[in-house]
Write a protein that binds this ligand. Structure first.
Ligand SMILES: C[S@@+](CC[C@H](N)C(=O)[O-])C[C@H]1O[C@@H](n2cnc3c(N)ncnc32)[C@H](O)[C@@H]1O
Length: 307
């Protein structure tokens, strides 16, 4: 009798058919656990910085008023402070404006400017990069601080060396503008960013510039007012902090951070078309119209105006 011996090591290929589906590759070996050292260090630094800053705020800006060092009355005009702080202004606000989204809001609002544009309370020209010069025909920048205007002028010329239609004026925006800077028919856009907090009479200034905005006429849109401003939030605890800090902040910076923006806009006769709010409602980006039906009042006697 013949013995049939089986193969002691049968190979997989010895299957009686060819499998149609390829088997998935084996899973990769598990990764070694990641070190959490970086996360712990970052968290520690964040908590340390936040608590140190909170204690600093509490001891300085938020401390109860010291009767031996009286603070100025709310809304006292301290706008001349900008003459002294002009050279450090950008460094002081840049980080905060970038991290809190204010610069993005500037871009969104100021980027809508078109035609002949008037920017009041222009400061150091922080909006220079946000204008779409494809849409803007001319720009007039106004600020009462010669030191701030000088920085704005230098910045503009550095960023837009070939743009010929930018004019810089040192003057109080509440006073009449020189005739030769006002376009015939008025400005298509008026811009103000962070001006309500610093002007002695913010609604008076807005009312005044409302007179320079192009009027609505048959088939033609009127001019627009674009604002990025900060003030009270409407949240009780935020407003408590703002009120407590306002006097000390104003003495150092010339800015009242607790003004009622809605009240200022209402008193100026601003008609709000759209508003976006940031920072617990303390920062507003506004598109609106001003001065409908009012005449353009300018300084000087002739009846010219630029085209
Ligand atoms: C907080 S800074 C804002 C500057 C700039 N617009 C910005 O967004 O960074 C306020 C500016 O308003 C200016 N200002 C205050 N009152 C003014 C007035 N009545 N006429 C023109 N400028 C004024 C100050 O000189 C200062 O440069």
């Amino acid at each position: 009798m013949t013995k049939i011996r089986g193969n002691p090591n049968p190979r997989p290929s010895a299957l009686p058919y060819t499998p149609k589906v390829r088997l998935p590759p084996p899973p990769p070996p598990p990764k070694p656990p990641r070190s959490k050292k970086g996360i712990y260090i970052a968290s520690f630094l964040f908590i340390y910085a936040t608590s140190t800053y909170t204690i600093y705020l509490y001891r300085t800006l938020l401390a109860p008023p010291d009767p031996s060092k009286p603070l100025p009355d709310q809304d006292t005009d301290l706008s001349s402070r900008y003459n002294e702080t002009a050279s450090t202004f950008d460094d002081n606000v840049s980080f905060l404006e970038t991290t809190t989204g204010i610069n993005r809001l500037r871009k969104k609002i100021v980027g809508q400017a078109s035609g002949h544009v008037l920017e009041i309370s222009c400061g150091t020209g922080r909006n220079c990069t946000y204008y779409d010069l494809g849409k803007v025909r001319s720009l007039v920048f106004v600020d009462q601080s010669a030191e701030m205007v000088e920085i704005a002028k230098r910045k503009w010329r550095l960023i837009h060396p070939n743009y010929p239609n930018a004019t810089f004026l040192v003057q109080d925006a509440a006073k009449p503008l020189p005739r030769d800077v006002v376009p015939r028919g008025g400005f298509d856009t008026v811009v103000q960013t962070m001006g309500v907090c610093s002007c002695a009479d913010p609604s008076g200034v807005l009312k005044r510039v409302g007179g320079y905005v192009k009027k609505k006429s048959d088939g033609e849109e009127g001019g627009k007012v674009l604002l990025v401003e900060h003030g009270r939030s409407g949240w009780k605890w935020v407003d408590w902090v703002l009120d407590r800090a306002a006097g000390r902040h104003a003495v150092v910076h010339g800015c009242w951070p607790n003004r009622d923006m809605g009240g200022v806009f209402g008193a100026a006769g601003l008609k709000v078309e759209s508003v976006v709010k940031r920072g617990f409602g303390t920062v507003w980006g506004v598109v609106g119209t001003l001065g409908e039906g009012e005449e353009v009042k300018v300084g000087g006697a002739d009846d010219g105006g630029v085209d």
